[in-house]
Design a protein around this ligand. Structure first.
Ligand code: NAD
Length: 487
């Protein structure tokens, strides 16, 4: 470790205050950078969920936030974003120590992306209008949007601050009260964000953070009869559980943003092969491969396969795992020992099924005490192999070659997931035809890493049902109301 380690307050944040779990239970927060304990975190359970829901409901019902003019909520959210910029270094360090990503990415992409998201929804909320239906002269039908009430948000560990902001920013801007449960693997930055929200002027009870385990705090939120809506980001397995809990409790609105196994198709007529190699390799190994939309299945046309892989292998040294706190590092630590063992298990499965390991395939930096895996590429993969079917969520690329692009598209779609996809070709008609045929929430043409808060993010099929980001995210956190007035 090259920097002095800060201390962290792992207590929950309920009704504007830091509190221990009602049971007094805590769990160790372990840094994947070196395997050391960095904080004791409140292990919230159903009792704490009840406390937070009561506080959130009270705050919603007395309209201390929902009743403010949108312009006022805007000003407060912009102050919140400004405070995140003020705390940029500390928030980035928290994120890196908590989940292992390179500090330079935490600083540039995570903190700045999260504050930009909060700012953007703040800016948007006083620019939304209702509608008047074309009903005729004898009546007036108003169509308005209202906050839903108490929104629970459950998020994963791969982009803790970003995923938090994607949920809370539209939900808060719309006037809801929010209870966020961060992942037990990365709870610290969200807890600090709650303090900054209060400092910015978001009233007590409006934004609460409950750290804890999924089967305890998470499930209690999903089952709660007084939570009106749940925004979930995480695995497809738990997403199904969330929807089930909604059905077994109060039919709370259940929005899911889930896993992926995204196909990236490179045709022989690609205009710029180096750009395709850079984007393909950069996107699968960014964030240690722990990205829901990572292009983990590379379909490459046989005639350019060897050339493509030769160029790809030249980039591999850039992604050698190194100290995440060093600002030159591009590949940090996997989030924990369990995730590392899972990734190494997939690598063994790939070898056992006969795929050709052409890069990586092993643990690195064992002396650090942390959890590091070398960037790994398998060539000669078939789409029915385990490493092509299942989400590995680590730095592992499966390369599948093809001769007929229609067959590549068929295989690209032959997955339960539908988050992202890409097609690389210089033929504009082919690009459009294939973009239409790919069953994914986002399709990239001659790129992979385009991103902006203005565009929706979410999946087809078992990659989920909701959309984060863009104005569409408001649809998840607002009810549509019709008011008939007889004239
Ligand atoms: P996970 O499903 O294990 O956990 C996600 C969250 O759900 C955590 O906070 C966890 O504590 C909670 N949880 C677990 N069990 C629960 C239960 N029974 N009831 C309620 N909550 C419960 O996922 P993860 O390992 O944290 O994250 C990785 C997954 O997230 C990957 O599949 C990835 O693709 C996905 N992801 C999707 C997106 C997207 O926008 N589509 C973005 C980021 C990550």
């Amino acid at each position: 470790m090259t920097q002095a380690r800060p201390t962290f307050d792992g207590r929950a944040f309920i009704d504007g205050q830091r509190v221990d779990a009602a049971s007094g239970a805590r769990f160790d927060c372990i840094s994947p950078v070196d395997g050391q304990v960095i904080a004791q975190v409140a292990r919230c359970d159903a009792q704490d969920v009840d406390r937070a829901v009561v506080a959130a409901r009270r705050a919603f019902d007395d309209r201390r936030w929902a009743g403010l003019a949108p312009r006022k909520r805007k000003e407060t959210l912009i102050r919140f974003a400004d405070l995140m910029v003020r705390e940029r270094d500390a928030l980035a360090l928290t994120e890196t120590l908590d989940m292992g990503k390179p500090l330079r990415n935490a600083r540039s992409a995570d903190v700045m992306g999260a504050q930009n998201c909060i700012r953007w929804y703040g800016e948007a909320i006083d620019k939304l209008y209702g509608e008047i239906a074309p009903t005729g002269d004898d009546a007036l039908a108003l169509i308005t949007h209202e906050p839903i009430g108490v929104v629970a948000a459950i998020v994963p560990w791969n982009y803790p601050m970003l995923m938090t902001s994607w949920k809370i920013a539209p939900a808060l801007a719309a006037g809801n009260s929010v209870i966020l449960k961060p992942s037990e693997k990365s709870p610290l930055s969200a807890l600090r964000m709650a303090e900054l929200a209060l400092e910015a002027g978001i009233p007590p009870g409006v934004f609460n953070v409950l750290p804890g385990y999924g089967h305890e705090a998470g499930e209690a939120l999903a089952m709660h009869m007084d939570v009106d809506c749940i925004g979930f980001t995480g695995s497809t397995r738990i997403g199904k559980r969330i929807v089930e809990c909604s059905g077994r409790s109060n039919l709370k609105r259940a929005w899911t943003e889930l896993g992926g196994k995204s196909p990236n198709i490179v045709c022989a007529d690609v205009a710029d092969i180096d750009a395709a190699v850079e984007a393909s390799i950069g996107s699968i190994f960014y964030n240690q491969g722990e990205s829901c939309n990572a292009p983990s299945r590379l379909f490459v046309e046989s005639s350019i396969r060897d050339d493509f892989l030769e160029r790809a292998l030249k980039l591999i040294p850039r992604y050698e795992p190194a100290d995440p706190l060093d600002m030159s590092t591009t590949m940090g630590a996997l989030v924990d020992d369990i995730q590392m063992r899972s990734v190494l298990g997939y690598i063994e499965a790939g070898k056992a099924e006969g795929a050709a390991l052409i890069a990586g395939g092993e643990q690195a930096r064992l002396e650090s005490g942390g959890y590091y895996v070398r960037p790994t590429i398998f060539a000669g993969v078939r789409n029915d192999m385990k490493i092509a079917r299942e989400e590995i969520f680590g730095p592992v690329l499966s390369v599948i070659s093809f001769d007929d692009v229609n067959e590549a598209v068929r295989q690209a779609n032959d997955t339960p997931y539908g988050l992202h996809a890409a097609i690389w070709t210089r033929d504009i008609s082919k690009a459009h035809r294939i973009a239409r045929a790919l069953r994914a929430g986002t399709v990239h043409v001659n790129s992979y890493d385009e991103d902006d808060i203005t565009v929706p993010f979410g999946g087809f099929k078992q990659s989920g049902n909701g959309r984060d980001k863009s104005l569409h995210a408001f649809e998840k956190y607002m009810e549509v109301k019709t008011t008939w007035v007889r004239l």
